[in-house]
Design a protein around this ligand. Sequence first.
Ligand code: PHE
Length: 352
Amino acid sequence: MSDLEAIVDSATAAFAACSTPADLENAKALYLGKSGRITELMKGMAALSIDEKKQLGAQINVAKQAVEALLNQRREALLDAAMNAQLATEALDVSLPGRAARAGGGLHPVMLTQERIEGIFGSMGFDVADGPEIENDWFNFTALNTPEDHPARSMHDTFYVDPLDGQPTDTPPLLRTHTSPMQIRHATAHVKAWKASGQAVMPEIRVIAPGRTYRVDSDATHSPMFHQCEGLWIGANVSFKDLKVVFTDFCKTFFESDDLVLRFRPSFFPFTEPSAEIDIQFAHGPLAGRWLEVAGSGQVHPNVVRNMGLDPEAYIGFAFGMGMDRLTMLRYGVNDLRLFFDGDLRFLSQFQ
Ligand code: PHE
């Protein structure tokens, strides 16, 4: 192999070994720079004869062009590689589906149930009342005829709240364990307004009170926060029969089913006497034939009527408290209560 061929071979190897443009410019200097190997050969021609110069000069030129061509090839290859690397890091997958413009939000399924309940009871002449979630012992227990040491107090596992500075600590505030305190709150306000009005006969108390309630409980069918809706109807002659009619009508309308059956199963609550759990049974669908508990109810206890500011000899009525989460699960066929509170849009958007 001639010197020139050796130089071209060595340049090929040197350029190929360069992995950055800077390396390549350094390697170029070794061949084509001021004291590079090809430049040195050309300088060495000064001492040769004209003929020798012509012959060798032509050969050196061929070699020089070959080295320059190799250099340009390698430059382009390195530029391509740099470009590809950049493209890879800034990759934009144009085949990805675009982000759809989401339709506006919707109501939570339990709120859909609440609106439905309000609509149905509204059509039967019931008002809707709202009350505090942080309650005190009087409204949550005592006014509802629950004695100090009564087992009903431990029946509900209660979240107690630290009292605010300066407030008495003998009965700490609590997160209401049911919506029943609204019976007392609403009735006492109603009675006060009636007495101030000077009317001889009290307009009937007919109200529902939906809202959040709290108990220390958590599994597939219990959540520490859940929703109830209280119902109360008090007048001169409101009977258990009226409770049956109103609640049966409500269930048939709510579930859009005329052939569901209700069962009033004897039970106990301190604030009602007699008391009943209300079970429903569907005639059709996946739950057909099973008894499903949906509410507690009963004739309001005379002590509670008295705590409303009324004479139990003159006023009587019924109350019920239903589980709104339960009603929502039954209506939509949801089998795990926790789905309502996970905030997963894949679940929630199905109700819009
Ligand atoms: N407050 C009762 C409960 O939470 C339900 C109820 C309400 C029962 C009104 C009777 C009357 O279980």
